[in-house]
Design a binder for this molecule. Structure first.
Ligand SMILES: Cc1ncc(COP(=O)(O)O)c(C=O)c1O
Length: 462
């Protein structure tokens, strides 16, 4: 199909995810046709820097297709598929072993899924089976954080803390208490990291007490929370979560669907916090998006009861750990090591951070936050950091920015599940020149956005 035929057929047949279809189809739908390094090209041949890594997935960018094809070419003629239901196949076993070697602490057991929501739900089932097996079946509750996104299938949706996404779908199947996230920007004590951290941990301790300490099974959190705009935890927060979980006998789950596989410069983002969780959920970057796959990484202690006589894990997903995805993940991990992908993030983080922080000089930018190759700017109404109201957000985040970003040849993410933010998460193979180019283009777009929204003094900044 040519460009116009694709536009027409999409309008007629394709249901898009999380999309206001009328608006999406009112203009031209972005249809990407090919990729090269950190760049993607649409069906009209226009080039963009994919500064969002295809929704936090394309860790190694788009130039490794041939290598992936050779991995698949060895596997598919040999064995196209077998499940991991009471049987297995070599790629799943080899990938499980490789992940166990790479991951911190005793996260030595791996349950494969096909994506992030499935990983979160599978993790919950594993947690429940763990507590059933060790004689604590009353632990059925969880603690999560406001505005956090943990997926939208009905089980995972219970952990998600974005109210409008939940309302139409009835009462959640899991009893989850949502507590404050780690957004320091508007917090009264946000400029005092110790006080901020102490307050957040205190609040969570209270929430655990209110739920009943011996009824809480799980604390779930992302190392850097995506929704709300790259919310970094204050120092000591993750140690606090670890202590709270241990105190009350609950398990600690790091939802690493975005942060794992180098986004923060480590295999798991939580490694930067010096804490080992009991479980970690991963997906997106596990295969660098050359195939769909997710996984739950489980510690020795949590997994142990699953191996006891007569214990059945009552959970399974037909395609979880598909051989095609497993060989692609193995190849992606090899590429990470061979091409120094984690090292590239560590080497360039200071420069990217410095360049992002320069954007604070723009009146429309109230805050800049993030880590690794994962950054957000919070967009504000004026120098007093007032937030945009609903209709302003529609104009800015759903009208102006998507169009202007594409004009600038940049894929980035305007989002207002929390306050208004613009996020970037470039492929982890970007060099300094591409990162500079991303920030330069972002700056141009933000200057124009400030003028468009009539944010004070913007016209004078160039
Ligand atoms: C932290 C986190 N958990 C879970 C999910 C759900 O993943 P998926 O969209 O692959 O189901 C996402 C998706 O963005 C996520 O960011």
């Amino acid at each position: 199909m040519n460009h116009d035929e694709l536009q027409q057929a999409a309008r007629e047949h394709l249901i898009l995810h999380f999309t206001r279809h009328q608006a999406a189809f009112a203009g031209e739908l972005l249809v990407l046709d090919r990729g090269e390094g950190p760049y993607v090209f649409d069906t009209a041949g226009r080039r963009y820097i994919d500064a969002l890594s295809s929704l936090f997935c394309a860790q190694i960018g788009y130039s490794y297709g041939e290598e992936m094809v050779s991995a698949i070419a060895d596997q598919l003629p040999r064995l196209a598929f077998n499940t991991n239901w009471a049987t297995a196949h070599p790629p799943a076993i080899e990938l499980a072993e490789r992940l166990a070697q790479l991951m911190p602490g005793d996260l030595n057991h791996v349950f494969f899924t096909s994506g992030g929501s499935e990983s979160v739900e599978a993790a919950w089932k594993i947690v429940r089976e763990h507590f059933e097996a060790i004689g604590q079946p009353q632990r059925r509750k969880a603690i999560a954080r406001n505005i956090a996104y943990h997926g939208v299938t009905l089980g995972a949706l219970a952990f998600t803390g974005v109210a409008p996404m939940k309302e139409p779908f009835g009462p959640p199947p899991i009893d989850v208490t949502h507590v404050s996230n780690t957004n320091a920007f508007r917090a009264p004590d946000g400029d005092d990291p110790d006080a901020f951290c102490a307050r957040l941990i205190h609040e969570m301790r209270d929430a655990i007490g209110a739920a009943g300490a011996d009824e809480v099974a799980l604390i779930i959190a992302e190392p850097v929370q995506n929704s709300g705009g790259c919310l970094v935890a204050p120092p000591g927060y993750w140690q606090g979560l670890r202590e709270l979980a241990d105190e009350c006998g609950a398990l600690l789950l790091a939802d690493e669907v975005i942060c794992a596989f180098g986004r923060l410069g480590e295999w798991l983002g939580v490694e930067r916090e010096g804490v080992v969780p009991d479980l970690a959920t991963v997906a997106k970057g596990l295969t660098s998006a050359y195939a769909p796959m997710g996984a739950v990484l489980v510690s020795d202690r949590v997994a142990e009861p699953l191996y006891r006589e007569g214990v059945l894990l009552r959970h399974g997903i037909t395609f979880g750990g598909h051989p095609l995805a497993a060989v692609v993940a193995l190849r992606s991990l090899e590429i990470f090591e061979r091409d120094g992908v984690l090292e590239n993030v560590r080497a360039h983080e200071p420069r990217l951070e410095a360049r992002m922080q320069e954007l604070r000089s723009l009146p429309i930018v109230g805050d800049v936050r993030g880590r690794g190759f994962f950054w957000a700017v919070e967009l504000v109404r004026d120098g007093a950091n007032h937030t945009f109201d609903r209709s302003e957000r529609d104009r800015l985040l759903r009208g102006f920015l998507p169009r202007r970003l594409l004009e600038a040849g940049l894929i980035a993410r305007p989002d207002d599940r929390g306050d208004s933010v613009l996020q970037i998460a470039p492929p982890l193979v970007c060099d300094g020149a591409v990162l500079d180019e991303i920030v330069d283009r972002l700056r141009d777009v933000l200057i124009d956005a400030g003028q468009y929204m009539d944010v004070a003094d913007t016209a004078g900044v160039a």
